[in-house]
Design a protein around this ligand. Structure first.
Ligand SMILES: [Zn+2]
Length: 433
């Protein structure tokens, strides 16, 4: 790129860049940088170790084994740890909590969020480093993010910066498929968030230099439509009415018209219709029966609704109920909602955390960072705490193929992500430095 620049000009440009980076880092921060860089080999080895333990969400023993690795490491850094089991019937591994609590913390009380489980079960997805990319189950989402947390904390501990500070680490065992009800599986992370000022989550880094400071929540809905079963010769005539299939189609088309733009999305994911339908919740599957010459009696639709905050979610529900209530002749419809994940609206507090992250990124000579579109992703664990404190997400590693068997990590992103995390946490814990 610089082939047309004389070597001496290039050298002085580099020196200038280093000087400006050096000016924005305090002596303590320069020690943090050295400390992170000195442990990069150890960090990669830790990642290999945890990626090679299968820990799909339903592999409760594997989730606990990954948890034990982080538990031991965090104890060595002076953290008090506890394991939070989930009820047997939930079939989830539980969560790891690690805390260092100061009587009078010098800065913000910081909560660091990761997860121990992966979407894929792991078999056949061993840690594989071919130099340019690293493959393996959860290597990016988010065992990579978990080791970023751990090695940022190691650097802070070496620099004495965990003294007089309050830091909590919460690693959930079921982020990819939260145990239901979430009021139970997320009760403890909510309690820990109430004792914290800022939450930073280490889900994979979004492409394009953005940080997540808001995400939509999730409700599921179920639509059950009933029609008058009768001879098809009289469909849409007074004698037979519209039937359940026409009525369900009208309602779904109404949803399509109402939610084709804006933050809220409404998705019908499954439809069963005919004279008889049966749906099995545990399998997300069902059967239906019907004949061309019989006006349909029943339709069941299963779908989701995503919205940024509670007012938006409630307004969407009201609009959907209104559409469902305007029934065609001889039909009726029942629409029910289940709120699974709260919305995480963007706040000024979140934006100020983003500002600190952006400042740290530039000070390290990394790219400037802006706000990610809150509609661009699904939900994460930060949704459950986002309403209680200032929060940001997407501080993990970069890679490709998230939630696919080919998930990969860009190994060049591990060091920069860890440096960024160490400096960010340092500035939150010790704003005066
Ligand atoms: Zn994740």
């Amino acid at each position: 790129m610089h082939h047309n620049l004389p070597g001496v000009v290039l050298a002085s440009l580099l020196a200038a860049a280093q000087a400006s980076r050096a000016q924005t880092l305090s002596p303590a921060e320069k020690r943090l940088v050295q400390s992170v860089e000195a442990r990069l080999g150890e960090e990669m080895a830790a990642l290999e170790k945890v990626v090679n333990v299968d820990s799909g969400t339903f592999n409760t023993e594997g989730v606990r084994e990954v948890g034990r690795f982080f538990e031991k490491e965090l104890q060595a850094l002076g953290f008090k740890t506890r394991w939070i089991p989930m009820p047997e019937a939930m079939h989830r591994g539980g969560h790891l909590v690690a805390e260092r609590v100061a009587a009078k913390p010098s800065g913000k009380r910081v909560l660091l969020i990761g997860h121990l489980d992966t979407v894929f079960e792991g078999q056949g997805h061993r840690f594989q480093n071919d130099g340019a990319v690293i493959r393996g189950a959860g290597v990016m989402d988010m065992k990579g993010g978990d080791v970023v947390i751990l090695f940022a904390l190691k650097a802070l501990e070496s620099a004495g910066m965990l003294e007089g500070a309050t830091v909590r680490v919460f690693l959930t065992g079921d982020e990819e498929n939260p145990g239901l009800p979430t009021s139970e599986s997320r009760r403890d992370i909510v309690a820990v968030a109430k004792e914290s000022d800022v939450a930073i989550s280490f889900e994979p880094d979004t492409p394009g230099g953005t940080i997540v400071v808001g995400r939509r929540g999730l409700s599921t809905w179920s639509l059950d439509v009933t029609g008058a079963q009768g001879h098809s010769a009289y469909v849409l005539r007074p004698r037979s009415g519209a039937g359940a299939v026409y009525e369900a189609s009208r309602i779904l088309d109404g949803f399509r018209g109402a939610f084709s733009a804006g933050n809220v999305t409404v998705n019908p994911g499954l439809v069963l219709g005919g004279t008889d339908v049966a749906y099995d919740t545990t399998k997300s599957a069902g059967t239906s029966a019907g004949k061309y010459n019989v006006v349909s009696k029943a339709v069941t639709v299963k779908g989701d609704l995503r919205a940024l905050d509670e007012p938006e979610r409630e307004a969407a529900k009201a609009r959907m109920r209104e559409i469902a209530a305007a029934n065609l002749p001889k039909t009726s419809a029942k629409l029910e909602f289940d709120d699974i994940v709260p919305g995480w609206p963007i706040t000024e507090g979140n934006r100020s955390v983003l500002k600190t992250i952006d400042t740290v990124s530039r000070a390290l000579g990394q790219p400037p960072l802006t706000e990610a579109d809150p509609v661009s992703r699904g939900f994460g664990d930060s949704n459950f705490v986002g309403g209680l404190l200032s929060a940001a997400d997407g501080l993990g590693v970069k890679g490709d193929g998230i939630h696919s068997p080919g998930e990969s990590l860009d190994p060049k992103s591990l060091g920069p992500a860890t440096l960024r995390a160490a400096l960010l946490i340092g500035r939150l814990l010790h704003p005066a430095n």
